[in-house]
Design a protein around this ligand. Structure first.
Ligand code: DGJ
Length: 726
């Protein structure tokens, strides 16, 4: 609910459990007055303290009123060069070369429903949303800055976006345009980021904010494996169930920066948006720029509640029809089974091995096109390699379908190999500066997706493939970071637009696919989880979580990912042992328990499984399908921390509390292991539950007294408990 106090120019955004407030003051400075647990409201500007701080200057119009300084006041969207020396939200340069932004409140608009952003992913929905737009203006530069707020009360979600319009008669260079600025009048916050590398993504890292700026970012052109565009600020003592925490995500798949600053007043500022490195948009008179959406959830009850609100909001209001609610298939992918070394007959043999195991979709991964026998060649030539697949997809797909499975296909549309027909014909279609040798990544170059003709060509080649066979799924891969970012299609003074235009290009082509093939399921991928972000989820309802398929490493990766993203977004497969990435051996049961807390599938040669393994696989797929809604749509509880605890446990609870699934994987084994029990969460204390079909255990007992952990006889053993209310 948005409450306006027109007289005092106070804007209060209430969600179910939180309140957010800002106020335009007597100088038209938009002050941020509060964000935290829900309160009744009123004008909270009484909280703001005014004091003359040395070297904190004063706006011209306040004269000698030295205790009024932009440097100390909490700002809703920070300016720059006119007295606020903390992290700026915006920077622009008119033709006179000045770099000041002095934003003052102008007016507002309020409407029911959710705003949308042209060409950009954004949360969507109907009357359950309210939108507030606040317009600010820099009168000297004739720049208008519209701040968008979407309020989804039930999910405690506040979205933000920013549109900058050049209302003057000169061209302006926009050099920074953050999506979100949040000034906390709070001390003692911890900053949590989700970091890692290829094959070990999104590991939480937590530290108290110290004076100055701490930030994570990506300059890789993608959101990256290395830092995720999702961060948390929280009370020092916050944990899964207690304490105040703020989650902030960027709905964007390119360069980003999340910067937190502890100020001289020991308050904190968070700024989230596109990284300013090599970002510069030219805005001619009348032109505008829209910064990607950011979204906030504040939870007064710890990380668990925050995550569940994000999960629901992402599932219900970001992921789109038909895959919002539609079941996703249990798939098998041939990558780790064959890599590039396959023929149609070999694939059919593998598919035969999968027959009768409950697998619903067969995915043919990399290596089916052009001259792609290794990762040195072929990208860009999206036509079937007829030597490997005689008769093409038209012949192969029906053979797979005859075995009772749908057919899916891997593509990597944004890339080109130098050894390809496409590159030989259009070398300038790759990003690169003339006269400089390009940096290769996985021996490939990046196509300039900022260019329409490049996208059209690639789109048409994908279309030909999709129209020629019955393909129900594609895996959209992207296997390197961007470098040599320069477009042959733009003049020198517009090269700072390329990174962002590239991302818009990716979104454009994904949106076309959605328009032309509405039933097609697209799984995002970037060498695993290198582009695991809310921007991609708008187009690809699931994303391959990591190239690391080891169940034990995956416990950590999926744990970190779960802070923001739902189970239904996480691509997870059972693969062969010893594991291909780290050589670890785990049981089929453990691999299954971990992978089924994702979109679930197998990535191994199922024709080589033993009869015992086949039996286990059959049971796993049947169990997964039986409890699909609980696993995919249930409320998610982290019951332990795999980075700190001797076991990893998590739980899904149905929205009505009548069913739950608890999964647990023990750590390295130990003789004379301590007796431990696990306290469950989210159950209905007044109900009695059968556990794996046995007994009648009261919900309050299971939550307060817990369930005894098994005594492991070996490393990394798993246990699953299915609870159903009697
Ligand atoms: C990286 C992906 O993450 C893998 O699953 C696989 O598709 C390879 N690329 C293929 O090149």
């Amino acid at each position: 609910m948005i409450v306006l106090d027109k007289e005092n120019r106070v804007f209060t955004l209430h969600t179910q459990n939180t309140t957010y407030q800002m106020k335009a003051d007597q100088h038209n400075i938009l002050l941020h007055t509060y964000y935290g647990p829900r309160i009744s409201g009123g004008d909270l500007s009484y909280l703001i303290q005014y004091a003359d701080r040395g070297f904190s200057p004063n706006p011209n119009e306040v004269g000698d009123e030295r205790d009024y300084s932009l440097d100390t006041l909490p700002q809703e969207y920070s300016s720059c060069g006119v007295g606020d020396f903390r992290i700026p939200s915006i920077e622009f340069e008119p033709e006179d070369g000045s770099r000041l932004a002095d934003l003052r409140y102008a007016d507002y608009a309020l409407h029911q429903g959710k705003y949308s952003l042209e060409g950009l992913p954004a949360f969507w929905g109907g009357e359950e949303w309210e939108t507030l737009v606040i317009r600010m203006r820099d009168t000297a530069a004739k720049m208008s800055v519209e701040l968008y707020y979407g309020v989804l009360e039930e999910r405690d979600l506040i979205t933000r976006a920013v549109r900058v319009v050049n209302q003057g008669t000169e061209t302006v260079r926009l050099q920074r345009c953050a999506s979100l600025c949040l000034d906390f009048q709070r001390d003692d916050l911890d900053f949590i980021t989700f970091d890692g590398c290829h094959t070990m993504e999104r590991c939480p890292s937590r530290a108290p904010l110290r004076p100055g700026i701490q930030s994570v970012n990506s300059l890789r052109g993608t959101s990256s494996h290395h830092h995720n565009p999702f961060v948390i600020l929280c009370d020092r003592g916050a944990n899964e169930d207690y304490g105040l925490c703020y989650g902030a995500m960027l709905v964007y798949s390119g360069n980003f920066q999340a910067a937190a600053e502890r100020t001289q007043l020991e308050n904190n500022r968070l700024v989230l948006g596109i990284d300013p490195y090599n970002f510069c948009f030219l805005l001619a008179p009348g032109e505008s720029f829209t910064a990607p959406e950011a979204a906030l959830v504040c939870s007064p009850k710890g990380f668990g509640q925050m995550s569940r609100q994000f999960h629901r909001a992402l599932r219900e209001h970001l992921i789109r029809d038909p895959y919002q609610g539609k079941r996703r298939p249990v798939l098998m992918n041939n990558w780790e089974a064959t890599y590039f070394d396959f023929t149609a007959d070999k694939l059919v043999d593998i598919a035969k091995g999968a027959q009768g195991l409950g697998i619903e979709l067969f995915v043919m991964d990399d290596g089916w096109f052009g001259s792609r026998d290794t990762d040195l060649s072929g990208l860009g030539d999206w036509s079937v390699n007829l030597k490997k697949l005689p008769g093409g997809l038209e012949a192969l797909v029906p053979r797979i379908q005859a075995l009772g499975m749908g057919f899916g296909l891997w593509i990597e549309p944004e890339m080109v190999s130098e050894n390809s027909q496409l590159y030989r014909e259009h070398p300038d279609w790759a990003l690169g500066v003339p006269g400089r040798p390009q940096t290769r990544g996985r021996s490939q170059l990046v196509l300039d997706f900022s260019r329409r003709e490049v996208r059209d060509y690639i789109y048409e080649s994908i279309q030909k493939i999709l129209d020629g066979a019955d393909i129900t799924y594609i895996k959209w891969d992207m296997n390197r970071s961007l470098s040599d970012v320069w477009s042959a299609a733009l003049p020198a003074n517009r090269q700072g637009e390329v990174y962002h235009r590239y991302v818009l290009g990716v979104y454009d082509i994904l949106e076309r696919l959605r328009r032309d093939y509405p039933e097609l399921l697209i799984e995002g991928c970037s060498g695993g989880g290198g582009r695991f972000d809310a921007g991609m989820l708008y187009y690809t309802p699931q994303i391959w979580c990591s190239d690391n398929t080891d169940a034990v490493d995956r416990l950590r990766i999926q744990y970190g990912t779960s802070f923001c993203y739902p189970v239904s977004a996480m691509g997870a497969h059972v693969s062969v042992c010893p594991n291909e990435q780290n050589g670890r051996v785990t049981s089929m049961e453990t691999r299954g328990a971990v992978a089924m807390s994702g979109t679930f599938g197998y990535e191994m040669d199922l024709s080589r499984c033993t009869p015992e393994e086949r039996e286990i696989i059959k049971q796993q797929t049947a169990f997964f399908k039986e409890h699909y809604d609980l696993i995919q749509q249930g409320d998610y509880y982290r019951l332990s921390d795999p980075f700190a605890d001797p076991f990893t446990a998590w739980e899904q609870v149905s929205p009505d509390g009548r069913e739950a699934l608890v999964s647990l994987v023990t750590g390295p084994t130990q003789a004379a292991a301590p007796f431990r029990s696990l306290r469950l969460k989210g159950l209905d204390p007044s109900l009695r539950y059968a556990v794996n079909g046995q007994g009648a255990f009261p919900g309050d007992v299971l939550m307060e007294a817990g369930w005894p952990l098994p005594m492991p006889q070996g490393d990394y053993q798993s246990m699953q408990l299915y609870l159903s209310a009697l």
